[in-house]
Design a protein around this ligand. Structure first.
Ligand SMILES: Nc1ncnc2c1ncn2[C@@H]1O[C@H](COP(=O)(O)OP(=O)(O)OP(=O)(O)O)[C@@H](O)[C@H]1O
Ligand SMILES: [Mg+2]
Length: 372
């Protein structure tokens, strides 16, 4: 599957930003030295009645590995196409290092990536495809072919026809093609989707290595585990709109850690929990007819420590006190499916944001103005 933004006849499907169908004179816009790699504001894309991207705001800072996470049809590819200057937004702005990617081909200096899948001439070898791209890129890109093939571990398959490559090899060749441009910013659309577990692991290692070398990476994904594994920041998108943007760690913290408590005197413990500051969402559960049960609640670590002291003072001794992990999977579904759980989550997150440790994550209006 190649990008609909593909320029006919372009060897790599027009999937690299250097080929944005913009033409025009070299960039005249001065680059702000401090401009972040990506700044997107109020980005909207409509196709007739359908709103594919419904007002996205996000900022990717230098050194970020930024996950653009959402289910099928959430608008990830469409957003990335606009970021790469492959299609024109209906409204809103994209700035890459302070420059509009639609301004000119030169505005994409230092930026590379591909959407959906990189396209190559299938009847030519991987290396030959890179040579053609390097000739197009100029700027000594040809000198980097060996290194790029090495980096993506295709050095020994460079002579083979791309038509005979596996999906994973084609994805890696796509990254090699991007590396010819010596990007400071790499934009990748679901780079590991469709790969087998080994291919996924290799792709993650590669992305981590590139990030370790100082490259800023934006990658879309519908796989939470992948984003959690690779990214420090995330935008979670649903129906074209961002429902959360911020640090993954903050998203976790904001969800509130929940605990389970069993004590020697459940009734007394329940009263203590309800009265104790910093302890929220207190519920009691009876396990069996003998009356054994537990109390669940949410709290931060400090409040839990204070609670344990209060319980002892009240004479309700702790038999068991265990944190319950809220998985990112839970959070993702809460945010993207708008289940009843999401209301709980948002209440809890609002609470957490009010605390002094509340942080960088932004909770945003959900599903605004989307026609799906
Ligand atoms: N060229 C187009 N014309 C009409 N509708 C489009 C076009 N491109 C995308 N859409 C629609 O916009 C919505 C978002 O599509 P998009 O491909 O951006 O989603 P996605 O998040 O990348 O999904 P996936 O995870 O399946 O790749 C979908 O409803 C899609 O059908
Ligand atoms: Mg997509």
């Amino acid at each position: 599957m190649s990008s609909p933004a593909t320029a006919p006849g372009a060897p790599h499907g027009g999937a690299r930003p250097g080929d944005a169908p913009t033409g025009g004179p070299p960039p005249v816009e001065a680059v702000r030295g401090d401009a972040p790699p990506v700044e997107v504001r109020g980005l909207i894309k409509r196709y007739g009645e359908l709103t594919a991207v419904a007002g996205v705001d996000l900022t990717v800072n230098a050194g970020d590995v930024y996950g653009y996470l959402g289910p099928n049809g959430a608008g990830k590819t469409t957003s990335l196409r606009m970021m790469l200057g492959l299609i024109r937004p209906t409204a809103g702005t994209v700035r890459l290092f302070g420059r509009d990617p639609l301004e000119s081909v030169g505005a994409l200096q230092g930026v590379a990536g591909f959407v959906e899948a990189p396209a190559f001439y299938p009847y030519l070898g991987g290396r030959r495809n890179l040579e053609l791209l390097a000739a197009f890129d100029g700027d000594s890109a040809a000198d980097r072919i060996d290194e790029a093939l090495d980096t993506v571990e295709l050095a020994d398959r460079g002579r083979d026809r791309v038509g005979g490559y596996s999906h994973g090899m084609r994805q890696r060749l796509g990254i090699a093609a991007a590396l010819l441009r010596r990007p400071r910013l790499l934009l990748l659309d679901e780079p590991a989707t469709g790969l087998d577990p080994g291919g996924m692991r290799d792709m993650r290692l590669l992305i981590r290595r590139l990030a370790g070398e100082g490259m800023t990476v934006v990658l879309s994904s519908h796989q939470l585990a992948e984003v959690e594994d690779l990214c420090n920041r995330v935008a979670i998108v649903r129906s074209g709109a961002v429902v959360y943007e911020g640090e993954i760690a903050e998203l976790r913290r904001g969800a509130g850690q929940s605990y389970r408590l069993q004590s020697t005197d459940d009734e007394r413990a329940l009263a203590v929990c309800r009265a104790q500051p910093g302890i929220g969402d207190v519920r009691s559960q009876r396990l069996d007819d003998a009356g054994a049960g537990w109390i669940s609640f949410t709290a931060d670590e400090r409040s839990v420590a204070e609670l344990s002291q209060a319980l002892v003072e009240a004479g309700a001794l702790i038999r068991a006190l265990a944190p319950q992990t809220v998985t990112l999977e839970d959070l993702f579904f809460s945010l993207t499916e708008g289940s009843a759980g999401s209301a709980d989550l948002e209440d809890r997150r609002s609470g957490a944001e009010g605390q002094p440790t509340g942080g960088a994550g932004k909770k945003l209006a959900r599903g605004t103005g989307t026609a799906r």
